[in-house]
Design a protein around this ligand. Sequence first.
Ligand code: SF4
Ligand code: SF4
Length: 88
Amino acid sequence: MGSKNDKRKELTLESHPQITIFSDWCKSCGICVAFCPKEVLSMDENSRVFAKAPEKCIACHMCEIRCPDFAINVEEARPVADSREEKQ
Ligand code: SF4
Ligand code: SF4
C-alpha cells in the first residue's frame, strides 16, 4: 500500500506558502505589491495582481494585512518531509 508515501510526495511539492488572489475583489490598487518585502507580487499589463515569485514568499502576511478589500490570502507552507526521515 503506497498511498501514504504518495501523499508525502505531494506535500513535499508545497514547500512554500500558497498565495491566492481573489480577482473579483481586487481593485488593482497595488498596495500588496508595494508592501511585499520579497517582491513576490507583481501586476500584469492589465493591472491584475499575480505571484511572480511564490517561492520567495515568507508568509509575513503583509499583503493580506494591507489589502483594503481582503482580496489576497496567504496560507503557511505545509510540512515538507516526514520528521522520522530527518532523525534516522
Ligand atoms: S505574505 Fe509577505 S512575502 Fe508573501 S506575498 Fe505576502 S507580503 Fe509578500
Ligand atoms: S492590495 Fe488588494 S485590492 Fe490592492 S492590488 Fe493588492 S489584492 Fe488587489
